[in-house]
Design a protein around this ligand. Structure first.
Ligand code: LLP
Length: 438
């Protein structure tokens, strides 16, 4: 839940030796704080884990940029030497700005524009993961134009109902992503790609959903994808060398949940791949993964300041304390969107007051602007208190909005007692920058 350099002694939160009060004083609230060392070690743990488990058959860890990216983090990724999965031209631009080699960039998206494809092909990305028959033609046309043979993967839907929230589950049949194996769409895609000499089909990909615990869903996906690779081999007499099993590895948001560590799942995934190799008589492919949430999620917390506290009498005469902070659904849309659960603490003082049933809400003009629906917090919580919510690194800042013209919070990297801005806070000028005056 809390990243490795967070300490919570005497009710005071510190990150890498810097107290919450000092961070709030210097950078204001709301702000995201990233434990730089934790981020780098989580990214490296996936890289080393894949290398150790798969040896010469280790493909690439493509960090899923959608979970959180900015130029500094792209630079960290370039330094660590892992890859990145981008799914828009914007994410590609940040990856390039951070100095990530195009040879480490994989391009996703179910509706990549012609210009996004053109840019990706022209800079020489490692691969483009094709998601529709239209895209086969579009990528082939771009490759022809730039005089290259473009490596591509096919995104397949193996028909798995991953046990996660419906909106973040992606590999059952009734979804917009990929080509269904069961319906034959995947085979049609193979035929379409094979008709284009400017495309090199490197392998197959799936992403079965997000916030998944255990390895069972990835194991089943492995078997289905490799069964498909065997069908390809039987027909074309040539084996596809790459298998990409996507991301989706869960993290702990609240007490009782346990963050998946690479070593928890990689042995089972390796076994699933070797079992499928034996079952289908295939050579070992290069295996890649795309963790996003699992790398960045646990490494950030959000710091808010309490503005108002209100006791509201609810059903049955109970009192619920509504604690309003200076952010809300504009920096954390996940509770409103997915009924996501978070926890929170007072970050700058110890309270021995009894706890009270509370609801942590934001400052937006909307009832659904809830960060935490039900939480027990000290009943003496008051305006001016700092509240920290852990595990907000993934899909927090990256899904932030300007709803109600609230400026997006900054991201501050903290390491070895030093804190620095890596994404600055938006200001009023930013909010007005796009408006055209009549
Ligand atoms: N690869 C592909 C192709 C993806 O679509 C995704 C996430 C990932 C990798 C990374 O998944 P992760 O390891 O982060 O679970 N906004 C939602 C999550 C949407 C995920 C979309 N795709 C949320 O806040 O839970």
């Amino acid at each position: 839940m809390w990243s490795k350099n967070v300490s919570l002694a005497d009710g005071t939160l510190s990150l890498a030796g810097v107290s919450a009060s000092a961070l709030a004083k210097e950078f204001g609230t709301p702000s995201f704080f990233i434990d730089e060392d934790a981020y780098k070690s989580r990214a490296l743990a996936w890289h080393n884990g894949l290398q150790n488990q798969f040896g010469e058959h280790a493909g690439t860890v493509f960090y899923a940029a959608k979970s959180f990216i900015c130029t500094a983090v792209a630079q960290w990724i370039a330094d660590i030497g892992i890859g990145i999965d981008v799914c828009t031209g914007g994410e590609l631009a940040v990856a390039l700005a951070g100095g990530i080699s195009p040879s480490k960039i994989e391009v996703h998206g179910n509706n990549k524009s012609v210009s996004e494809i053109d840019r990706a092909v022209s800079v020489g990305v490692k691969s483009i993961v094709i998601d529709s028959l239209f895209e086969v033609e579009r990528v082939a046309a771009a490759a022809k134009k730039h005089g290259v043979r473009q490596a591509v993967m096919l995104r397949l839907t193996p028909g798995i109902e991953a046990h996660t929230h419906e909106k973040i589950s992606t590999a059952h049949e009734d979804v917009k992503f990929g080509f269904s194996i069961a319906s034959g769409a995947a085979w049609s895609a193979v035929e379409a790609v094979s008709a284009h000499p400017e495309l090199e089909l490197r392998g197959v990909h799936c992403h079965i959903g997000s916030q998944i615990f255990g390895s069972e869903a990835h194991e089943i996906a492995t078997d289905r994808l490799m069964g498909f690779m065997a069908k390809y081999r039987d027909f074309y007499n040539h084996e596809l060398p790459e298998l990409d099993l996507g991301g989706g590895f869960g993290i702990a948001y609240i007490q009782g949940e346990v963050t998946v560590e690479p070593t928890d799942v990689l042995p089972a995934i390796h076994k699933a791949v070797t079992d499928a190799c034996a079952k289908y008589n295939l050579a070992m492919p290069q295996v890649s993964l795309e963790p996003g949430r699992n790398i960045v999620g646990p490494t950030m917390f959000t710091l808010y300041e309490v503005g108002t506290v209100k006791d509201v009498v609810v059903d049955g005469g109970h009192v619920r304390k509504y604690i309003s902070v200076d952010g809300g659904m504009s920096d954390n849309a996940r509770t409103a969107l997915y009924d996501a659960e978070y926890t929170a603490i007072i970050a700058q003082r110890l309270s021995t007051a009894p706890t009270a049933l509370s609801r942590l809400v934001g400052k937006h003009c909307e009832t659904g602007d809830i960060i935490i629906k039900d939480i027990q917090l000290p009943s003496d919580i008051a305006p001016g208190d700092l509240i920290a919510t852990p595990a907000t690194g993934a899909y927090g800042r990256s899904m932030a909005s300007n709803y109600n013209h609230v400026p997006k919070p900054p991201v501050i990297a903290v390491k070895d007692g030093k804190a620095r801005v890596i994404v600055r806070r938006e200001n009023e000028a930013d909010l007005l920058a796009l408006d055209v005056k009549e």
